[in-house]
Structure formats: C-alpha cells, structure tokens
Write a protein that binds this ligand. Structure first.
Ligand SMILES: NC(=O)c1ccc[n+]([C@@H]2O[C@H](COP(=O)([O-])OP(=O)(O)OC[C@H]3O[C@@H](n4cnc5c(N)ncnc54)[C@H](O)[C@@H]3O)[C@@H](O)[C@H]2O)c1
Ligand SMILES: O=C(O)C(=O)C[C@]1(C(=O)O)C=C[C@@H](O)C=C1
Length: 302
C-alpha cells in the first residue's frame, strides 16, 4: 500500500520536477497536482505532462492532497504556507525540501498551526534549475533527511519515510539544528567558496587586464561547478542558516590561516601531513560509493 494517494508539489523546478518524475516512475497510481508562481513554469509543466493537474494558485493545488511538498526557495516557504492554509485538508501532511531546516520548520509551524508538519531535505541536486532540469533518478541512493518537530506523530514520519524510500532515497531522522550545522560544512560553505573563487579569478582578469579563467582546467572547473547554481536559492539558504554558516566559516578560516602560515614559513611537513590525511578522507568517500561517479550525473534529463 502506498503512503500517499494525492501529492501536491508547490514549486516545479529542479527538485519539484524530479519528485514528480520519480513519483510517476515509482508510484504511477499517485495523483500529482502542481503549482508554480511562474506562469511560464506552469505552462512548461503542462507541455511536458509533468503532473496530472497544474493549479493556478497554491490553494487550488492542495484542496484534496494527502501530502503537500513545498519545493520553493527557503525564503518563500512562509509565504507559500500562508497561501495554502485556508485550503489545506486537516489530515494532509505538509513537508518541504529546503536546504536548511530550523527556519523552515518555524515558518511552517507559524503559518499552519495544528497542521501535521514534517520538514525534509533530499540531499541531492545539481547546479541546474527549472522544470526541465529534474530527473526521476535524482534521489536514488541519496540521503533524505527528515527533521520532525517535537511532538510530530510517528505515523506521519513512517509515511513520509516510506514515500522517500519509494523514490529510491535513504532516509535519516535528524534534529533540525544539527542538520543545519552538518549541511553548513558539507553543502553551504562549499557553495560560498565556489562562488567566491570565481569572483576572485574574474577580478584578477580585471587587475591584470588579461585572460585568466580561459586557462582554467579540470581543477577549477570541477571545483566551481556549483557556482553555476541559482542565486535566489543560495541567497535564501545563507540568510536562513546564517549562524551555522558563520560558525563553519570561522572554523574554515582558522584552518586556512594555519595553512597560510605553513606556506609562509616553509613548513612543508605540515602541508604534506594535512594533504595526506584529507586525501585519504576524500578517497574513502569514493570507496564507500558515496561519490556521484555516474557519467550522466548532473545533466538535465527529460
Ligand atoms: N538545487 C539543489 O541542488 C537542491 C537540492 C536539495 C534541495 N534543494 C531545495 O529545493 C528547493 C527548490 O530548489 P530548486 O533547486 O528546485 O529551485 P528551482 O529554482 O529549480 O525551482 C524553484 C521553483 O519555485 C518557484 N517558486 C518560487 N517562489 C515561489 C512561490 N512563492 N510560490 C510558488 N512557486 C514559487 C520558482 O518559480 C521555481 O520554479 C529550495 O528550497 C532548495 O534549497 C535544492
Ligand atoms: O550537486 C549539486 O550541484 C548540489 O549542489 C546539490 C547540493 C549539494 O551537494 O550541496 C546542494 C544543495 C542541496 O540542499 C543538496 C545538495
């Protein structure tokens, strides 16, 4: 028996469209309703038959849903939750896919008092955006972290766990604040650094009045793939997860300063020892199969 029969997806971009495609593939009897604030996205969703019904308003999208998933930037979660409140069925479970959790949990609880809210975060994605960017296998083998608020019903957690496992994800239950600290170092800070170094390289072109980025190879291009990610999404993530990001940025800066000092004082042993240790850690990720070595990973899929 499927955990849900009628799923409503608000926000039909990379993650929302991937959920729609994955549900179509794994749970074909589930009825899908979608809404997006962008009329062009709604039109595209109709054109590619992404969902069974495309609603013109958030409220119309949720009227008979038993699961509502908010797939919008974390800065828009409060507004979307307020927009569906009047039409939300009393027995519906409300979830999301936001990249930060504590702030989203607070926003949803404030907008939907009494609703069954189980925030979630599928830790899977690409640098691409929009309804054509999603693909059905995005969640296969990837973690989906649920952060149930205190007092959340066990039955709702079980159903949402079964939903995400049905899409191919591995589910973990985590405290929202711990999630935000872990993702601050494993996801948010890497994006901040990638965005920054692209700017630094571009500024050097200006200072030297010469081509710089043109001469980049695999190192720069692999490292900065995520700098092509959506500015709205990441603006919202950094503002929503400010405290954890600043804590991890401080720790990272201290570690970087130690390396800077080792370089300045010619301490080759310190450099070598750190590189040896961290290379072993990175290689263990690959050995555990946690690396996306799939040749098609990250490309748009119809
Ligand atoms: N991109 C990733 O790799 C990734 C991975 C995991 C989680 N997430 C999270 O998923 C969420 C969506 O990200 P995405 O990558 O799918 O972004 P996206 O830009 O591809 O899609 C977001 C969609 O939401 C729509 N939208 C924005 N505000 C809205 C509103 N008020 N009402 C209705 N629709 C609205 C936009 O028009 C857009 O189509 C974000 O919270 C993000 O943090 C992203
Ligand atoms: O693979 C990518 O391009 C991503 O940025 C996905 C990624 C990440 O790995 O940091 C980004 C944001 C999400 O909340 C989860 C995963």
């Amino acid at each position: 028996m499927l955990p849900f029969a009628r799923v409503s997806i608000i926000g039909l971009g990379l993650i929302g469209s991937s959920i729609a495609r994955a549900v179509r593939q794994h749970m074909p009897t589930v009825r899908l309703t979608g809404h997006d604030a962008d009329p062009g996205v709604r039109a595209r969703a109709v054109a590619i038959d992404l969902v069974d019904d495309v609603a013109d308003t958030p409220g119309a999208a949720v009227t008979d849903a038993d699961l509502v998933i908010l797939c919008v930037p974390v800065g828009a979660m409060a507004a979307v939750a307020a927009a569906v409140a009047a039409d939300l069925p009393a027995d519906a479970i409300v979830s999301d896919v936001g990249s930060s959790k504590a702030g989203v949990e607070a926003a949803l609880q404030a907008a939907l008092p009494g609703a069954t809210i189980i925030p979630a975060h599928p830790v899977a994605g690409t640098e691409n955006s929009g309804p054509d960017a999603g693909f059905a296998t995005l969640f296969h083998g990837r973690w989906c972290i649920l952060t149930p608020p205190e007092g959340a019903g066990e039955a709702a957690i079980v159903r949402l766990t079964a939903f995400w496992e049905g899409l191919g994800a591995k589910v973990e239950i985590m405290d929202a604040r711990h999630h935000d600290l872990v993702l601050a170092i494993t996801s948010h800070l890497p994006h901040l650094i990638a965005y920054t170094i692209v700017g630094t390289a571009s500024d050097l072109e200006e200072v030297t009045q010469s081509e710089v980025i043109k001469y980049s190879a695999g190192g720069f291009r692999d490292f900065t793939r995520i700098a092509a990610s959506d500015p709205t999404m990441w603006r919202d993530v950094f503002l929503a997860n400010k405290d954890a990001v600043l804590e991890m940025l401080q720790r990272f800066s201290e570690d970087l300063t130690a390396l800077q000092r080792a370089i300045r004082w010619g301490d080759g042993d310190a450099l070598f020892d750190l590189f040896t240790r961290t290379r072993a850690i990175r290689r263990s990720i690959i050995e555990q199969g946690q690396d996306d070595a799939r040749p098609d990973f990250g490309r748009s899929h119809e």
